[in-house]
Design a binder for this molecule. Structure first.
Ligand code: RAT
Ligand code: ZN
Length: 397
């Protein structure tokens, strides 16, 4: 019953880095993008003697060739990210072990996005995804300002990282759009910065605002983050330690244990606001569940980034079910490349199905039958309804 419900429930992927076709080259897909995914780049440097500087001087195709040879030909693809590529190729009916990438490149070169995107969504079993949209990215901002043709399959989320973490560097850019801001947000500048956020949320039709913050995140504090993080529905991804090895670029970030009192304080101080929270450290997961039991304006979501491995997803999902029932969002894909939706969602179903089945079985063993429609409801809550409910009416005016 669980397998069937998981197979037939249309999923909303609540956090991705995908873009709809109106964003042109920002949307990544195809074999070269799949292979140069930063999760694979980090693994590549464990197996190759090539130095990061040399790697970055190569073209994208050359980098993909290097990764294919090193992680897929000279070594068996054992890790979650390498198996993901295999699973995508297999789902698309392609050779999973060609000696070179030429035949794969030929396949991807002739795909037409109008037909290809629905095919990928179907293979992944998902209905829609939420993008990550940054108003301070000049290429993206142009698309929004020109007026994007809304695409129901791609909802928008306003990403605040640059605004929160690099405000002084972007102050001029914000001011040039007619907002009276200054670097330290004196006088009315704070209200103006918040107006900038609200205007952009409306322009994007954002279903939520999001920020990733370091393991040292604190609330309240006297920094800009505390002053700007107010009143609007917010997804916080807590615990990233950016650029511990800058030579790896996007692959150079790590994780750290956070003090989740900041989350308690936010939830208590803003009871009318809703917080979607993901924490990157495995050691923070149990505590997050406890806080969610104290504050119903907190929705735990996803097994983020370094946690997206079957052993850890299994542990976290079991813990959440035991402490929160079906009142959380088990997973998001974090896909950066379109076809990753296929493996990330297939793997999520494969890992979570036995856990849900086991949980339902315990209920039956304890003396209460569970019907198929209840199983369907549980799965819909987890993979769609909890998010729809959480974001209902969330776009600010
Ligand atoms: O998982 C990832 O791809 C990371 O690089 C981050 O993008 C992270 O998910 C984030 O949204 O900050
Ligand atoms: Zn992400």
């Amino acid at each position: 019953m669980v397998d069937e419900a998981l197979r037939t429930t249309p999923v909303i992927d609540v956090h991705t880095h995908l873009f709809d076709p109106s964003f042109g080259e920002l949307g990544l897909w195809g074999i070269d993008d799949l292979l140069t995914y930063h999760y694979l780049e980090a693994e590549f440097f464990r197996f190759s003697r090539l130095r990061p500087g040399e790697y970055w001087s190569l073209s994208k195709q050359q980098r993909a060739d290097q990764i294919w040879r090193t992680l897929f030909v000279e070594n068996a693809p054992l890790s979650e990210a390498t198996r993901g590529v295999i699973s995508v190729l297999d789902a698309l009916g392609l050779d999973t072990a060609p000696a070179t990438l030429a035949p794969l490149r030929e396949f991807f070169a002739v795909q037409n996005l109008d037909e290809y995107i629905p095919r990928v969504f179907d293979l992944a079993g998902i209905k829609s995804v939420v993008m990550t949209n940054d108003p301070l990215d000049p290429i993206e901002a142009q698309v929004w300002t020109r007026g994007r043709h809304a695409d129901k399959r791609f909802a928008s989320a306003l990403r605040l990282d640059r605004l929160l973490n690099e405000f002084p560097a972007h102050c001029h850019q914000i001011a040039s759009q007619g907002y009276a801001v200054n670097e330290d947000l004196r006088c009315c500048a704070l209200a103006e910065a918040r107006k900038f956020v609200v205007d952009w949320c409306n322009r994007m039709g954002a279903v939520y605002m999001a920020a990733s913050v370091p393991d040292t995140f604190a609330f309240p504090d006297d920094g800009l983050r505390s002053r700007l993080l107010l009143d609007l529905p917010l997804a916080l991804m807590i615990g990233v330690r950016r650029q511990v090895n800058p030579s790896l670029r996007l692959a150079g970030d790590a994780a750290g244990l956070a003090d989740l009192r900041a989350v308690e304080n936010l939830c208590r101080d803003f009871p009318e606001n809703r917080f979607l929270i993901s924490v990157l450290s495995r050691e923070n997961q149990h505590e997050l569940c406890i806080i969610a039991r104290k504050f119903n304006n907190l929705m735990p979501f996803g097994c983020w980034w370094f946690l997206n491995n079957p052993s850890i997803v299994e542990e976290i999902t079991r813990e959440r079910l035991e402490m929160l029932g079906a009142s959380f969002i088990p997973q998001h894909s974090d896909a950066r490349i379109l076809e990753q939706l296929i493996y990330k969602w297939r793997n999520t179903r494969r890992t979570i199905a036995p856990i849900l089945a086991k949980t339902c079985d315990l209920v039956v063993q304890d003396g209460r039958p569970i019907t198929y429609s209840e199983v369907q409801h549980i799965v819909s809550r987890l993979f769609r309804l909890n998010f729809e409910e959480w974001t209902r009416g969330s776009t600010p005016n």
